[in-house]
Design a protein around this ligand. Sequence first.
Ligand SMILES: [Zn+2]
Length: 353
Amino acid sequence: MQKIIVTNDLKKEIFDITLKENISKYMLVCGKSIALLGIDDLLNDANFNHQIFSGVSPNPTTLIVEDAVRTYKNNKCDAILAIGGGSPIDVAKGVKDLLVLEKNVPKFIAVPTTAGSGAESTSVAVIYKDGVKMSVGGDILLPDYAILVPKFLMGLPKYQKKCTVFDALAQAIESLWSVSSTDKSKEYARKAIKLIVPHVMEYINENKHLEEISLGANYAGRAINISRTTAPHAMSYKLTTLYNLPHGHSVALSLPIVWEFMINNIEKCIDTRGVDYLKNIFQEIATLLGYQNIDEAIKYIHNLIKVFDLKAPNILPEELDALVNSVDVERLGNTPVAITKADLNELYKMISK
Ligand SMILES: [Zn+2]
């Protein structure tokens, strides 16, 4: 079981865990943002025995993971502390994955610095090998501790806040309609939406409700750790690489279009719980978003994209095939309405400006 802690005193929390778990030396995995977070205090403390591994770039590769494993072993570390956005936490999961194979199981603490992916509470990571996306996964990769530090969100650029919070919202919504949803995943997803939606504008514009947004994103992560994501995520990865868009920006663009498609094609429902079940789920999502009917809820999402100024790329006709073929069929199987390649072609056209 993972322990989730919300605090603005990261140093105290780390020291409590160090004592409790009898940790002698950390490998600190981080990106460049670490200098901006005001954790020098922690780094300079004599009680924090650590080796920094900061060679983490976005979309980390297997080479970086192998490099980090060497750092871990050469410095005789016995715990991993990952602080950052998705990438340092993904690298840390990759490291643990390799160490576990050698029966060398480190304690693993994850501290997210954005409120979005929920990676601190999922047991999967995305690592690239020779430019190809690979997934690493398994219950053992779930961090032992997830420490949410709301004040970290204050320093984020506005665009990053918009993209990451949209990712969290999309993950909660997709989790609710996912074919693999369970009572538990739905409970987490509901909590996420209730924490995020009423506070999202004040979070973006005034840096308010940092704790609610941190927790909301974490609940969304816990929800997809059970249910996995669906078509909007599956469609997003190639948009990200082809047009150099942040993950949350790409996901936002496909979310309302996929929802509309599913409503117009609900008779092609593949969830064994049936069409009526799915209709009820769609209605529940609309209600959670604060609307009586589904059309209004979809309009709300379109409007949020507009207000956030998340612009669509201009998709060229010759790029459509690459986009359509990039979509992972397995992930589509987790989407409650059947989507063919011809459908994907139309959906991508609708995204294009
Ligand atoms: Zn996501």
